[in-house]
Design a binder for this molecule. Structure first.
Ligand SMILES: Nc1nc2c(ncn2[C@@H]2O[C@H](COP(=O)(O)OP(=O)(O)OP(=O)(O)O)[C@@H](O)[C@H]2O)c(=O)[nH]1
Ligand SMILES: [Mg+2]
Length: 481
């Protein structure tokens, strides 16, 4: 026989309250999803690995995370990993830390798919809620923080949803024939001149087109640092690799042709393009993105800056496309995809700030702010709340000075991976705004990869970082207050 509420109340309201789940859980909800995204190599995996390690270590080393208020105010009681997850592959925190902690140390491997990891954070709430909880229960609340790692390239597919295959092909090939890209895409462009959209449909041709187009995307990314590369799953297709669904590519379709004719090569490509949108792009927004109420978009601003003007402009173009996924205020495609769900907070962060000396770091953040042209409007509108910062997930350098052309300048020093000796790295001045056209220098893609510092695999000492605590406090601090 179950006890009714009245009988419970009769047995003593204070008894019932004492045995009830945390009031904070009832009042505030007990879980938050924090998605970490960014373009390829932006620093997502390292960010999550360091964040998890520092959270798990925060009780032992609170001085590492003072700007996360729950830690700084001494209200953290425990932070524990939740074993396993069901919905997604688990983020490989343990193997990443092991790799960074071995000698010689190395960085985690590239990621190709979405993954997640959960941490239970037990804390004493502040203010009135803490007082109430202290009076009626254990005085503590628990927040389950789920951190998700997913490639930012997937967000570059949002614009596809409002484009026809013909429109997408025209826009994509126009870009492909422009500047440095035209050289990289030479083989694909040659294929196109032999394969008009009106030739009969052929699976073999479709596969060949896809492979050549994908090779162009890969070279554009890996050899030149381009980021606006669509479709977003072509570079690292994960479970989609080899499937017919992704065996398409843009074809030359003249202005005025709305759809390729039935039975043609163009029609086959169009069918697959539409299937990719329906079976890959839309489900990502429905099943995953709409649940990521807090997100951090990591950007390798310094890498983009040093890669030269064309790549920098391209990164800006990719960031514009990514921003569209957070602009639901205008009744566009994203509001239809999200339904009632809301992305509440988004932080844009310039990563690897330890590659520049202290005096330059603020400029990295300012440069990112002007790259994403965060208008004051966004902050006040119904869109997600947004902010910008610069951070280093794992400080791998130290400060030093060096004489260059008779002037003493600030440099950073670190041990490049695979090298026996330490090396100095001087980036010049990081501008706070995108440089004027005449001020661009030659592209420089060889930013040294410095070894991470000595790290202990046990979550006790934590990892030296810059602003990880500040970033986390902006993103989820309200849920830990
Ligand atoms: N010095 C320094 N290097 C970093 C830092 N974060 C990332 N890196 C470097 O950037 C590389 C890429 O970082 P990842 O975290 O793997 O980047 P990702 O965004 O997960 O990359 P993909 O999974 O390939 O998309 C690392 O291998 C490091 O060499 C940092 O805080 N400091
Ligand atoms: Mg990764």
């Amino acid at each position: 026989m179950t006890m009714s509420m009245f009988e419970r109340a009769g047995a003593g309201l204070s008894d019932w309250l004492a045995n009830a789940p945390d009031v904070a859980e009832l009042v505030k909800g007990s879980a938050v999803n924090l998605a970490v995204t960014g373009l390829s190599r932006a620093g997502k995996t390292v960010f999550i690995t360091s964040l998890v390690h520092n959270l798990l270590s925060a009780l032992h080393q609170p001085h590492r995370m003072p700007l996360l208020k729950v830690v700084g105010e001494g209200r953290l009681v425990a932070a524990k990993l939740v074993p396993g997850t069901i919905a997604l592959p688990r983020f490989p925190y343990e193997s990443n830390i092991e790799r960074m902690a071995t000698s010689p140390a190395d960085w985690p491997a590239r990621t190709t798919d979405i993954s997640d990891i959960e941490i239970d954070i037990r804390f004493v709430p502040s203010g009135a809620l803490g007082f109430v909880l202290g009076r009626i229960g254990s005085g503590m609340a628990t927040l389950r923080l789920r951190i998700i790692d997913y490639p930012g390239e997937w967000l570059l597919d949002l614009p596809l949803l409002s484009q026809s295959y013909a429109d997408w092909s025209r826009a994509t090939l126009k870009l492909c024939r422009n500047g440095l890209r035209a050289e990289v895409a030479r083989d694909y462009l040659a294929f196109l001149s032999d394969h008009p959209h009106t030739t009969p449909a052929s699976d073999d041709d479709a596969r060949r087109a896809h492979e050549l187009y994908r090779d162009y995307l890969r070279a554009a990314r890996d050899e030149h640092g381009f980021s606006f590369l669509q479709p977003g799953r072509f570079l690292d297709p994960g479970a989609l690799a080899g499937r017919d669904l992704i065996c398409f590519a843009p074809l030359d379709i003249p202005e005025g042709v709305y759809r390729p004719a039935d039975g043609t090569f163009g029609a086959l490509m169009e069918r697959r393009f539409e299937a990719y949108k329906a079976e890959v792009v839309t489900p990502f927004y429905h099943r995953h993105f709409r649940n990521f109420s807090r997100q951090v978009v990591l950007v390798d601003v310094l890498g983009a800056l040093l890669a030269g003007r064309e790549v920098f402009d391209d990164t800006q173009h990719a960031l514009d496309a990514i921003l569209e996924s957070f602009r639901y205020g205008r009744g566009g495609i994203i509001s239809r995809l999200l339904g009632n769900a809301r992305i509440e907070k988004v932080l844009f962060a310039a990563t690897k700030a330890d590659h520049v000396p202290d005096v330059q770091r603020d400029h990295l953040g300012s440069l990112l702010r002007s790259m994403i042209a965060l208008p004051a409007l966004d902050v006040r509108s119904q869109n997600a709340a947004m902010d910008v910062t610069a951070l280093a997930s794992v400080i791998s350098t130290e400060e030093d000075t060096q004489e260059i052309d008779g002037q003493r300048v600030q440099v950073v020093v670190g041990k490049p991976v695979g090298s026996e000796t330490r090396a100095k790295f001087f980036v010049g001045n990081v501008p706070a705004k995108p440089p004027r056209p005449e001020l661009w220098g030659k592209p420089f893609l060889n930013i040294p990869v410095f070894e991470p510092p000595a790290i202990d695999v046990s979550p006790i000492d934590g990892i030296p970082h810059m602003n990880l605590d500040l970033a986390l406090d902006y993103l989820i601090g309200d849920r830990l207050s």
